[in-house]
Design a protein around this ligand. Structure first.
Ligand code: T46
Length: 138
């Protein structure tokens, strides 16, 4: 089944705000469309860096800007979409087979990723031509 960038979307999270600050929570399978098996985060990202530049064959992910801001460009092999991430009360759901580039990290930006499976390098597609071929034949 060919995946579409239209399956990827911003999801607003619950936000509880009082005079002492705000609280946001994410519940497995309730707020995001998969079960979470792994959490990781990117931080101490030097200005001008690009992260990503790959796709995952099967992985579902949900990315949140816990601090600061950055841009995400998604590419399904036919269409592209861009998202500006700059609040910790929403995140971007990314379905499998999306090439992604993360750029324009602000100073102190932290990107948290919830993922549907454990780390597995064989599940990555790191070559863009291979990604295009795989996407077009799926
Ligand atoms: C994405 C962005 C936001 C591990 O050993 N375990 C892990 O769980 C992960 C995620 C990575 N690694 C190792 C594998 C590589 O040697 O850490 C190194 C960098 O990993 P990666 O190329 O995945 O890093 P990013 O920041 O370019 O990409 C990651 C996600 O893979 C990607 O899907 O969207 O974070």
């Amino acid at each position: 089944m060919k995946r579409s960038v239209d399956e990827c979307k911003i999801i607003d999270l619950p936000r509880i705000t009082d005079p002492y600050g705000s609280l946001t929570f994410i519940e497995n399978s309730r707020h995001i469309p998969f079960d979470v098996k792994r959490i990781y985060y990117l931080y101490d990202i030097p200005g001008g860096s690009m992260r990503g530049s790959h796709a995952h064959r099967h992985l579902h992910q949900f990315l949140v800007a816990m601090s600061g801001s950055f841009d995400i460009e998604l590419d399904d092999g036919s269409s592209k979409k861009s998202f500006r991430m700059n609040r910790s009360y929403y995140g971007l759901y990314i379905c499998p087979m999306m090439w992604r580039n993360l750029t324009d990290f602000s100073s102190g930006a932290v990107c948290m990723v919830l993922a549907s499976d454990y780390y597995d390098e064989s599940e990555y597609i790191r070559d863009y031509d291979t990604f295009m071929e795989t996407a077009q034949n799926s």
